[in-house]
Design a protein around this ligand. Sequence first.
Ligand code: PMP
Length: 305
Amino acid sequence: MADRDGVIWLDGEMVPWRDAKTHVLTHTLHYGLGCFEGVRAYNTANGPAIFRLQDHTDRLFRSAHILNLTMPFSKDELNDAQCAAVRENNLDEAYLRPMVFLGSEGMGLRADNLKVHVMVAAWSWPSYMSPEAKERGIKVRTSSYTRHHVNITMCKAKANGNYINSMLALNEAISGGAEEALLLDNEGYVAEGSGENIFMVRDGVLHTPELTSCLEGITRATIIDFAKDLGLEVKERRITRDEIYVAEEAFFTGTAAEVLPIRELDGRAIGAGKRGPVTEKLQTMYFDAVQGKLPEHGDWLTLVK
Ligand code: PMP
């Protein structure tokens, strides 16, 4: 990914993609304390637009605050940087990666007197899963890895190091023949996927785990808003894995994964074993919203030009 044309926003200026480098003694590389965002821009009738930009920037700042990182830029500067990263790479649709990390001025866990760096990259990343998965749904396995406990790593922060747990779980799921992992919290209740929140439909009601050990997903919040628009009841509560086995429908949500139906969990078909009608409705609303086709949610889009 490093050897390509384009530009990356690094510490306040655009630098050529190939020159956006950091030293091997970069602190975050050693201990994982940093935070990032995953953001998407979609092509709309008015040109490329970033979906829920302010919400992502707000979460990045919350993550930095939780990790005690002092942001050297303002939220407006970060919003502008993200628009510029899409615009100056001539992208119609893009995945954006803002990241906050500690420099190489010193080593050790005290992590004092280190410079806080910020970067924003944008590139074309059309589909996280296979395009058919959005329709057919995916096979999921409950992970042998437990999701972070709220008092071990900070679940409200989208922290770099938190993703070791996600990658171990995803790799285990894939090597076992599934496409994604379902992680349970330390008490055995459903938390989230490796990079997605989870919803299920039971008796026509939408259920999703409460925000304890799962990330405060922006797609999750979007789906909850759509449910309100549709008059669909939403319950945020503790969920067991066998409730998902017997759910009518289940799906993952995330900026990268978008709205992704789950057709099977641990070898058991969910509902009819394919995308269900509620999932399809919410998925359609999501794709309409990100492309600017839902005027009532037009304020979620920021044009990059
Ligand atoms: N959980 C985890 C662990 C994630 O990495 C993500 C992706 N950011 C999500 C949930 C979904 O969050 P969002 O909808 O804001 O992308």
